[in-house]
Design a protein around this ligand. Structure first.
Ligand code: NAP
Length: 239
């Protein structure tokens, strides 16, 4: 049976991807901080889809022993088919208010955690001779918005890192799928003091369905959630 690891799987897009993968018969290892949610989701996934669903409680906003994830995975599952680098938090504010503490937290959560988890797990995929790395980035990587500069920089860096890594992993038959959601209805906005609302929010399930479709295609790809998002990204060279 195939297996996948998802970071930031206790809510929103990560949780929706967990349900879609479970529906498609994947065993799952979920990572986030809120144990009550992770435990409830795993139980529900195991009961509903008859798969193996385990979790690790980990705060990804700082340095960790990421080899723990690899060792736990190897002890519990057979093969690593998919890694979903999904964890991410937002930051909205003017440059005068940016602190080193916030910068570090944002970069650890949105970039460094992805780099270090991927670094731990790529050797397993190389040894297998297959594997898919899915990265949940954001349309903001193409489309700059006022007061979103730190968040935007983490997402541009995530995109650059994984586009380059794709070339490095090409000959090992490891695929890299980059996903660029626009504003999506999740807990993401709860901790941000936004003076406006985004006019239209996608459902997390819609993003998850696009992700599963791309995984099934098993190709290096750039995934946009709708035609208008794809068009935004094409027009971004003029912004
Ligand atoms: N929502 C949007 O509009 C939107 C648009 C484009 C891209 N994205 C990207 O989509 C990804 C998922 O976000 P979402 O919208 O689904 O938001 P969400 O509902 O807030 O989910 C974030 C997930 O990350 C986990 N998480 C946050 N901080 C963590 C930490 N320090 N350590 C471990 N886990 C942590 C949360 O779980 P715990 O709190 O339990 O740890 C939760 O499971 C992010 O990368 C985000 O940047 C979102």
């Amino acid at each position: 049976m195939k297996s996948a690891i998802i970071t930031g799987a206790s809510s929103g897009i990560g949780r929706a991807i967990a349900y879609e993968l479970a529906k498609n018969n994947y065993n799952l290892l979920l990572i986030a901080r809120r144990e009550n949610l992770l435990s409830r989701i795993c139980q529900d996934l195991e009961n509903t889809y008859k798969i193996k669903a385990k979790y690790i409680v980990m705060d990804l906003s700082k340095n960790n022993d990421f080899s723990y994830v690899k060792n736990y995975f190897l002890e519990t599952f057979d093969s690593l088919d998919v890694l979903v680098n999904n964890v991410g938090i937002g930051y909205y504010g003017q440059i005068e208010n940016i602190s080193l503490e916030n910068l570090e937290k944002l970069f650890w959560t949105n970039l460094f955690s992805h780099i270090f988890i991927t670094k731990e797990l790529v050797p397993i995929m190389k040894q297998q001779g297959y594997g898919i790395i899915v990265n949940i980035i954001s349309l903001i990587a193409f489309f700059p918005l006022k007061n979103w500069s730190i968040y935007s920089s983490t997402k541009c860096a995530q995109m650059g890192f994984f586009k380059s890594l794709r070339r490095e992993l090409y000959r090992h038959k490891i695929k890299v799928i980059n996903v660029y959601p626009g504003a999506t209805e999740t807990e993401f906005f709860n901790s941000l003091e936004l003076p406006y609302n985004f006019p239209k929010l996608d459902k997390a399930e819609k993003v998850a369905q696009k992700v599963i479709k791309a995984i099934k295609r098993n190709r290096n790809s750039e995934v946009f959630i709708s035609f208008s998002h794809w068009l935004f990204h094409k027009l971004s060279v003029w912004i």
